[in-house]
Unconditional design. Structure first.
Length: 213
């Protein structure tokens, strides 16, 4: 299991350089200008972008025919799928940590001119960013196993767009309810995408267990 995680880790790292360079440019602009729109977009992109890079290993596995070798190792197919999800969560946490650090530096330099308690605050911002990333990953991983890793670029784009759309729909549905407390509604949104991630994992396990390699 540890070896599978390290394999995914090194495959992901090799694709990070350009993305991290672009992130550095945006961070520099953000710290200089303190623009609230740039800050919001940075949080979404850093969390979703870093976690999305983690699933690039699925495409590399297909190109190198790694999957045929992988199932010959002393690991089960369930463990292989579990490792993909653990790797995704690992990079999602890294992306979140980067976003938290940069947000803190921005507020420290420019003051708290970005957040309004109870409507547009830091909790809402990160809940939304993490939610989009989790939902996108929940859609992508089982889809890659179902339709083939060779279509990963298209599936990833579709998953991110769909993830954003589902996030908007979930928020709309929750806001239509009779729950008045803002943070309780936010908690329901968080619970919804956690449940979706668990369902996605179970679905991916079933698909990969029946898949012929």
């Amino acid at each position: 299991m540890k070896g599978l995680f390290l394999d995914n880790f090194y495959k992901t790292i090799s694709n990070m350089r350009l993305f991290l360079f672009l992130i550095l440019i945006v961070v520099t602009a953000l710290l200089v200008t303190g623009n609230d729109t740039v800050l919001e977009m940075f949080v979404y992109v850093s969390i979703t972008g870093l976690s999305a890079n983690a699933v690039v290993s699925i495409r590399k596995d297909a190109e190198a025919k790694w999957s045929r070798y992988e199932i010959a190792l002393p690991v089960t197919r369930n463990e292989i799928v579990k490792c993909k999800y653990i790797s995704y969560l690992f990079w999602l946490l890294i992306g979140t940590a980067v976003a938290v650090l940069v947000t803190g530096l921005t507020v420290l330099i420019h003051g708290n001119v970005f957040f309004v308690y109870g409507s547009r605050d830091v909790v809402s911002l990160f809940s939304l960013g993490i939610g989009i990333a989790v939902i996108s990953g929940s859609l992508f991983i089982p889809s890659a196993y179902l339709f083939g890793a060779d279509k990963s670029e298209t599936l990833l784009i579709v998953s991110v767009i769909a993830g954003f759309g589902i996030t908007v729909c979930l928020i709309w549905l929750i806001n239509r309810g009779e729950i008045l407390n803002y943070y309780l509604r936010l908690g329901l949104f968080n619970l919804a995408y956690v449940c979706l991630f668990i369902i996605s994992y179970q679905l991916a396990r079933r698909i990969y267990r029946k898949k012929e390699l």
